[in-house]
Ligand binder design. Structure first.
Ligand code: ADP
Ligand code: MG
Ligand code: ZN
Length: 484
């Protein structure tokens, strides 16, 4: 049954821009402060108060637009979107409608089958956030709703995709990619739980082969990638069942309940004309010069995709390693700093992917908190490369380094961990081990080659781990063959 219908998804993402102050007034945007402490006549919508556009918010919008391949409009217009709700004191939201600041963009996503798919971005426009309603949960407030306007007038960039996604997985791939980009750009902190990155998913189904789109339902504000996937999957099934049962999908806004995994109707969905948009007479058109756009373009960081390509093509990493290292901007910067010092990109990648990430996980910290700086890590790599210590001993040095922040040389010196590479010294240990284990020698000579590991282990043990394992191996083989 399911196969007869094609899923169609378009996403609207609201990214809260990382300005210090609100979009039309000077109030702070800091999260989690005392309710209504960050308000003024403008964001409280007192009569006569006039909005003034925050230039930084525009800069962040341009920055995002460029990174998602949009054209930046030389002239865009702020409009009033009229609706009544207690969290919106003006009775309208200042947004952009006919002339948004960014348009005609796209993002490429990687599909599970290894192919890429281009998802169109219709537009990205600036708008102000609404306040928050707090539904009373104390004896005094129970049954009442309280209004907190700290969030009112916080700058948002709403990024609207074309209805180009065909499955929940494609939607998640798009969202994760967009999320990674806005965080990389520092235009949004990306915190889904605090609502800094919110997604509305528009979903419809249609019989395969039908050109016309089906009627959509809009799922609002779901605050984790996992829930978005669940919500889409549930909603697709619901719509198909409805149609199969002879019913019709109605255009509406639905809410996802993460406890039940189901969506339920919240309200009928307005069409644009219901909002009676019109240009806001309090704000002049937003004019962006080509020079400003180029200025912003010049400050764009290397984006994750370009980093991944460089890590693979120029530094010889595997696609997987490149993916992990490029996913987080600070981790990628750390890796680049190591490569600049050590040249050997592969061993840098191995240590970061292995020991560094393991330690960060164990200590529940991020690369910004690592006690092992690129200089310390590459100092350790140099001592492995020049045979001062074995790879195994390096793990011990690394542990100590993590604890006390000392250099590899300091630790090797203090702990006497220097590898023994003196042939004579290793030879005498080899002789001792051979002499002490005549039975195993006989077995080895009888063809049980695997016993070489046993001998290497014994010699390494006798040297307290300090003998160069390669040399031990070589000398053992020579002596055992020689039958001495
Ligand atoms: P609004 O939801 O504010 O009315 P739009 O009409 O611009 O805004 O549509 C919002 C989103 O809905 C876009 O991402 C668009 O791709 C998507 N969309 C529109 N029609 C459909 C449909 N029939 N099925 C799935 N997504 C759709
Ligand atoms: Mg919508
Ligand atoms: Zn204010």
């Amino acid at each position: 049954m399911t196969q007869r219908y094609e899923t169609v998804i378009g996403l609207e993402v609201h990214a809260q821009l990382t300005t210090k102050t609100k979009i039309f007034c000077g109030c702070s945007t800091e999260f989690g402060q005392t309710p209504n402490s960050q308000t003024c006549p403008v964001c409280l919508a007192l009569p006569g108060a006039l909005p003034v556009l925050n230039q930084k918010a525009v800069e962040l919008a341009i920055r995002t637009g460029l990174a998602i391949n949009c054209q930046i409009a030389p002239r865009s217009i702020f409009a009033r979107k009229n609706y009544f709700y207690p969290d919106l004191p003006k009775g309208y939201q200042i947004s952009q409608f006919e002339l948004p600041v960014c348009g005609h963009g796209w993002l490429d996503i990687d599909l599970e089958n290894g192919e890429r798919k281009r998802i169109g971005i219709t537009r990205a426009h600036m708008e102000e956030d609404a306040g928050k309603l707090v539904h009373g949960d104390t004896p005094e407030t129970s049954g009442n709703s309280l209004v907190d306007l700290n969030r009112a007038c916080t700058p948002l960039l709403e990024i609207v995709s074309e209805p180009d996604m065909r499955s929940a997985n494609e939607a998640i791939a798009y969202l994760k990619k967009l999320h990674q980009i806005v965080v990389y750009l520092d235009v949004c902190d990306g915190n889904l739980e605090e609502g800094s990155f919110r997604c509305d998913a528009n979903i419809s189904v249609r019989p395969y082969g039908q050109e016309e789109l089906g009627t959509r339902a809009e799922l609002k504000n779901i605050n984790s990638f996992r829930f978005i996937k669940q919500a889409i999957e549930y909603e697709v099934e619901r719509q198909i069942d409805l149609i199969e049962g002879g019913g019709k999908v109605v255009q509406e806004t639905r809410l996802f309940d993460s406890n039940t995994g189901m969506t339920r109707s919240m309200r009928g969905k307005e069409d644009a004309h219901d909002y009676r948009y019109f240009p806001d007479p309090d704000l002049v058109p937003l004019v962006i010069s080509p020079e400003w756009i180029e200025e912003v373009r010049a400050t764009l960081p290397e984006l994750p995709e370009a980093k991944r390509t460089r890590f693979v093509e120029e530094l010889g990493l595997t696609a997987y390693d490149a993916e992990v290292l490029a996913a987080d901007r600070e981790l990628a910067d750390y890796f680049d700093a190591c490569v600049a010092l050590a040249k050997d990109a592969k061993s840098c990648a191995n240590w970061i992917m292995g020991d560094i990430l393991r330690k960060l996980k164990e200590t529940d910290s991020t690369i910004a908190d690592t006690p092992v700086s690129p200089a310390l890590l590459t100092g350790l790599l140099a001592r492995i490369a020049d045979n001062t210590i074995s790879g195994k001993m390096a793990k011990t040095v690394f542990e100590k380094m993590w604890q006390n922040g000392q250099t590899a040389d300091q630790i090797i010196d203090k702990e006497g961990l220097k590898q023994v590479t003196d042939t004579g010294a290793i030879e005498s240990l080899v002789d001792e081990v051979i002499a002490a284990n005549p039975n195993q020698v006989a077995e080895y000579l009888g063809g049980k080659d695997k016993l070489i590991g046993f001998f290497v282990g014994k010699v390494m043990q006798a040297s307290q781990g300090k003998a160069n394992p390669g040399m031990v191996n070589q000398l053992l083989k020579k002596k055992l063959q020689g039958g001495s």
